[in-house]
Design a protein around this ligand. Structure first.
Ligand SMILES: [Zn+2]
Length: 84
């Protein structure tokens, strides 16, 4: 295996795990999926306007906000958030 190829692979792997890479992948995945009517995180209704504004949306605005701020701790952030 050549050094160049290793280098390229490393760059690709790094890109995949950077936030920008994740966002790019998510954007592609989301564009292929319908928006959710119910937040996957807390079960709250997602307004129709938000479903249209964010194709493939899975989270309500509150959960999305938390997720973006605590993306590293996404699972914990989601679990700690309940609109009850
Ligand atoms: Zn939510």
């Amino acid at each position: 295996m050549s050094e160049d190829l290793n280098d390229e692979m490393a760059q690709v792997s790094t890109a995949i795990f950077t936030q920008r890479g994740i966002d790019a992948i998510r954007a592609k995945v989301h564009s292929l999926r319908p928006s959710k009517e119910i937040c996957e995180c807390c079960g709250a209704d997602i307004p129709a306007a938000r479903q249209l504004a964010v194709p493939g949306v899975e989270l309500c605005a509150a959960c999305q906000d938390v997720k973006e701020k605590q993306d590293v701790h996404r699972a914990a952030g989601c679990r700690g958030l309940h609109h009850v």
